[in-house]
Each structure stands twice: as structure tokens, then as C-alpha cells.
Design a protein around this ligand. Structure first.
Ligand SMILES: Nc1nc(=O)c2c([nH]1)NC[C@@H]1CN(c3ccc(C(=O)N[C@@H](CCC(=O)O)C(=O)O)cc3)C=[N+]21
Ligand SMILES: [Mg+2]
Length: 290
């Protein structure tokens, strides 16, 4: 391996310490702590783990976590009522409705109902539009965390060739908008892109967010590139066991790249750190301290 390891866990830990300090300063000025409501519908095991991690991270940062667990058969109207209640609750600065939602619920209707000024996930169309047009708003946590990691190894992004593989509203599109905002030349590639390896090989900064285990091979990576792996795929390893791998074939890519994020310990911990940062920012705005 020749690439430097981008230690997302360590970067996230130091960010979280700074956020905890800033939360304490906020509480001293505002006379209250920031509040984050996390809504989980159903009992998907992986979602339950993320929600627990978010609750622990809030507690460590001094943010009040309000957890709402609803049964898997919750109706869209009932979930909507919960969201509207949180919109109206002044102790709640940020609202996160854990995705995916069960099939009887139209996720886009729920996301549209979250007050844009409490949308710390940055999934509301108003915040997506603000990001697309360069206005201040909430930026989705995963791409925001990726940008931090990229800047930690390559602070000057002007004119760099960036290729984002994946076009989701949650990662690919906002990631491209952030890189464009940093003056990169940005390509969004996806499952219909012709000759994906060739396109990927152009990248000085390669972000993989497709959800396909180890799809990006070593010969897709330009020598010296920065590689950011957003994928979190649980695959079978030795009989009866599973392991987490990214969307990048780590062993191959790390022989070619200049710097690369691991899975786990790369982008995932940054997502949670950015959620705390967005929640603090929401609280500052609500308190008139932004
Ligand atoms: N409304 C909403 N907002 C989200 O931000 C959201 C969501 N729904 N649904 C699910 C995905 C997934 N997600 C992760 C957050 C942290 C890790 C994380 O910390 N991962 C660790 C550990 C992974 C593990 O051990 O399972 C790591 O990569 O090192 C992973 C995944 C947030 N999501
Ligand atoms: Mg201080």
C-alpha cells in the first residue's frame, strides 16, 4: 500500500470535541442546549444501530437527543403528525427521519413536511435548491463530511478533476454541488455511464457512492488520486461471518491512490460529526446567534 490512509474516525473525533466546546458556548449564551429529534420507523437492525450511535454522539456533545420509535406499520398520516409536532416544538432544533421508510409511507412527502430550518439532513428541496444556487442552508451530512476529508489531504481543489460515481439526492448530487462550489471540474457518473473505468481514471478526486461492494478496481484509479469511499456494504466473509466493505476495492486502489478512506472508519464517522455540526448551526439560527 502506498496511499496515505485518511482517518475519518480521528478527524471526526477531533471535530466532535470542537463541536462539544461550541455547544457549551451556545448553551451559556442561549440558556438552553441544542436539540436533535431522531425518528425511526420500524425495527430494521442496521437503522437501530445508526440511531443508537447518533444518540450517543449527541450525548457526548451536550446536545439533547429526542428519540421517537414508531412501529413498522405506522401510517403516513401518523408519521406526518409526529413531524408537524417536532416542527412546532421549540426545544427541537434539528429533525432527522431515518431512511429508508417502510413501503406504505411516501418518503418525499415526509421530507417535504420537515421545516427547512430544522432539516439538518439537508434533504428538503429548499435546502437542495439553496446548495445548488450557492445560498446558505443545510448541506447533507455525508457529502459535507467527504469534503472535509478531501480538504484534509488536498486543501486547494481549484481546477481539479472530480468524478462522483452515483447520482442520489442524498450523496451524489450534493457531493457534486460541493465540489463545483470548490471550483473543481465535476463529472457525475452512474450506472448508465459509458466506459465507467475510463471516466473514473480522469479523476484527481474520485468519490464512490454506488452501493456496490468493491466495484471500483485499482485500474479505475489515476495514480496519485484522492479516493473517497462512501459505500458501506455488509458481505459474507468466512463461513457464518460478515464484514463491511466499501464501493472501492481497497487493496487495489490503495496501491495506486495518493490518499484513500477506509471502510469502516472513513466517511461513516464523519456523517455523524456533520449531523452534530448542522444541529448546532440550526440551534444558533433559531436563537438568533448565527
Ligand atoms: N435520514 C437519514 N440520514 C442519514 O444520515 C442516514 C439515514 N437516514 N439512513 C441510513 C444512513 C446511513 N448512515 C450512516 C451513518 C453513520 C455510519 C457510521 O458511523 N459507520 C461506521 C460504522 C459502521 C458499522 O460498523 O456498521 C463506519 O463507517 O466506520 C454509517 C452510516 C446515515 N444515514
Ligand atoms: Mg470555547
Amino acid at each position: 500500500m502506498s496511499a496515505a490512509l485518511i482517518d475519518g474516525k480521528a478527524v471526526a473525533a477531533s471535530l466532535r470535541e470542537r463541536i462539544a466546546d461550541d455547544v457549551a458556548d451556545f448553551a451559556a449564551s442561549a440558556g438552553r442546549v441544542p436539540g436533535l429529534a431522531v425518528v425511526l420507523v420500524g425495527d430494521d437492525a442496521a437503522s437501530a444501530v445508526y440511531v443508537r450511535n447518533k444518540a450517543a454522539a449527541c450525548a457526548a456533545a451536550g446536545i439533547a437527543g429526542h428519540e421517537h420509535r414508531l412501529p413498522a406499520d405506522t401510517s403516513e398520516e401518523a408519521l406526518l403528525a409526529v413531524v408537524l409536532g417536532l416542527n412546532a416544538d421549540p426545544s427541537v432544533d434539528g429533525i432527522l427521519v431515518q431512511l429508508p421508510l417502510p413501503p406504505q409511507i411516501d418518503a418525499s412527502r415526509i421530507l417535504a413536511a420537515i421545516s427547512a430550518d430544522k432539516d439538518v439532513d439537508g434533504f428538503h428541496a429548499t435546502n437542495a435548491g439553496r446548495l445548488a444556487t450557492g445560498l446558505p442552508g443545510f448541506v447533507p451530512c455525508t457529502p459535507l463530511g467527504c469534503l472535509h476529508l478531501i480538504r484534509s489531504v488536498g486543501p486547494d481543489l481549484r481546477g481539479a478533476e472530480a468524478v462522483v460515481i452515483g447520482r442520489s439526492n442524498i450523496v451524489g448530487k450534493p457531493m457534486a454541488a460541493l465540489l463545483l462550489g470548490a471550483d473543481c471540474t465535476v463529472t457525475i457518473a452512474h450506472s448508465r455511464t459509458r466506459d465507467l473505468p475510463e471516466v473514473a481514471r480522469r479523476a484527481d478526486i474520485l468519490v464512490a457512492a454506488v452501493g456496490r461492494p468493491e466495484m471500483v478496481r485499482g485500474d479505475w484509479v489515476k495514480p496519485g488520486a484522492i479516493v473517497i469511499d462512501v459505500g458501506i456494504n455488509r458481505i459474507a466473509s468466512t463461513p457464518g461471518r460478515t464484514k463491511l466493505v466499501g464501493d472501492v476495492h481497497f487493496a487495489e486502489a490503495s496501491a495506486v491512490a495518493r490518499a484513500i478512506t477506509p471502510v469502516p472508519g472513513g466517511v461513516g464517522p464523519m456523517t455523524i460529526a456533520m449531523l452534530l455540526a448542522n444541529t448546532l448551526e440550526a440551534a444558533r439560527r433559531h436563537a438568533g446567534l448565527a
